[in-house]
Every structure is written in C-alpha cells, then in structure tokens.
Design a protein around this ligand. Sequence first.
Ligand code: G1P
Length: 295
Amino acid sequence: MTDATAPRPIRKAVFPVAGLGTRFLPATKAIPKEMLPIIDRPLIQYAVDEAREAGIEQLIFVTGRGKTSIVEHFDTAYELESTMNGRGKSLEVLEPTRIQPGNLVTVRQQVPMGLGHAIWCARAIVGDEPFAIFLPDELMIGEPGCMKQMVEAYNQVGGNLISVLEVPEEEVSSYGVIAPGAKISDTLTEVTGLVEKPKREDAPSNLIISGRYILQPEVMRTLEGQGKGAGGEIQLTDAMARMIGTQPFHAVTFAGRRYDCGSKLGFVEATLALALERPDMADDTREMARRLLGL
Ligand code: G1P
C-alpha cells in the first residue's frame, strides 16, 4: 500500500548547460565548459553521478549551440568500444557514461536569457511533477551526495528545497541568498525570503544557494512571463521568492565539500582536492605539491 501523504518521488532532473562559459575562454571556445575535466571525468559526469545516486531516472539537458559533445559523452561510442574490445581492454571505465535508452532528453535554449528562462525551457518535459535541478559548475562531494541528502530531507518535509552553504560576507553578491526562518533540525531551515545577487549590505544572511534544487512544478507557471531580474536576466531565484508563502520552502545545509568550478581557482582547487582523495593518485599528488611548493 502506498502512503497517500508521502511526497511525490523526484524522478527527473534538469541540467542547465547552455551557458557560454566565457570565464574559461579560450578553453571553452569549441568545448562546452561542462566537458572540462576534473582529472578524468568531465564536470557534467559528476553532476549526473550525483543525480543517479539520488534515484533520479530521467536527465533533461537544457543545451544550446556548440554543446553536442555533452550528449555524445552519454552515448555509445561503437568505434571506441570495438577497438578497446579488440585490444582486450575493459570497458568498465565507460560505465558511468551509459544511460538507459530514453532517459536522456535535450531541449534547446536558443537565446541565453538567464537561469530561470533555461529551466522554463524544460517545462514540457518536466510536466506536472516535482523535479531536481543541478548546476554542474558547483561540484558537490559528499557521502552521500548532496542531492541524496536533499531527497532524504524532501521525504520528510516535501515542498521545495534548496541546498545552501555559508560564505564570507564579501562573497554574497555573487550568489542567490536566503533569508532563514525557523530551524527544523541541524541541517534543515525554513526559507522566508530569497534575493539574487544582493549588495553586501542588503543581503538577508550569508547563506547562499549552492546549485541544487528540488522544486514543485508550479515554478514553471511562476516563471511564465516573468520579467528580468539581477543582471538583466530571468532569474530562478525571483520565481522561487514569489512561491514562498504559497508552498513549503526549506534550505538544506549540505554536509560535504563544495568546489565552485565556475571560477578558475575553484577548478584548480577541485582538481587538487580530488587527486588527494584518490587512492591511485594521493601519494604522488602530495609529493608533487610538496615539490612545487619547495617544501
Ligand atoms: C546561479 C544562481 C544563484 C546561485 C548560483 C550558484 O547564479 O542564480 O542563485 O547562488 O548559481 O552557483 P550564477 O552562478 O549562474 O550567476
């Protein structure tokens, strides 16, 4: 028997990947930024792994011009596989790139008009069910992963959830910021307001939205016809802010590590940190870092 009061399961995830990646030019002139690798996996792979760990079945990529290689990455590469087979090499390394047929859908965002607009482009595929959003720039490493932690919280409180983390006050103006309300538990807080990229003095807290969301489908209707917000873009944060009061909204403090791979320094940090964690690389990486630092 199913529990009629249980929140509806999160089966779909939207990955907005249409951005131009200008911060990484010229590297991203012909390669999507989501395909830049942290060691031996492109950024998008980390987000997809996190989604699957959380039980998500359908992946919806909101893409744009020049992003075909993201979809290719999750396709079967016959020539590569038959060559590897012929050489007796294991195909296990390709396992994370395999998607069940029919479970990867792409929609196109023709013009970059902001995150809210990108999400709205997926409305027909999302349909009338709650869904997750992953911003692949934000690399979240945890056991379990960030989205699995969020799904666990969602199963308790339902509604809408955002992952948040604390940043130094001087950084708040680069992010969406929450106004925290009542604390439900150590990791779960009610959200009473949201502002996209506020000035430091106007920020309601130093808790920022860190690129993972579980939202109810009403957000699509809220985005419909919404005007431009911060930076002249249609902002997801503005749509969520308008939903507060009509639906439950909570923030989950992620227990794990987060690397902002939208910045060059964050990218280097993620590469080093993950190399230091990998049993096959940790010792050599530590030795290399010591040598480079002259220690
Ligand atoms: C987006 C969101 C912002 C969030 C951030 C996380 O901003 O609009 O609310 O805090 O991602 O990385 P963007 O980085 O696209 O400017």
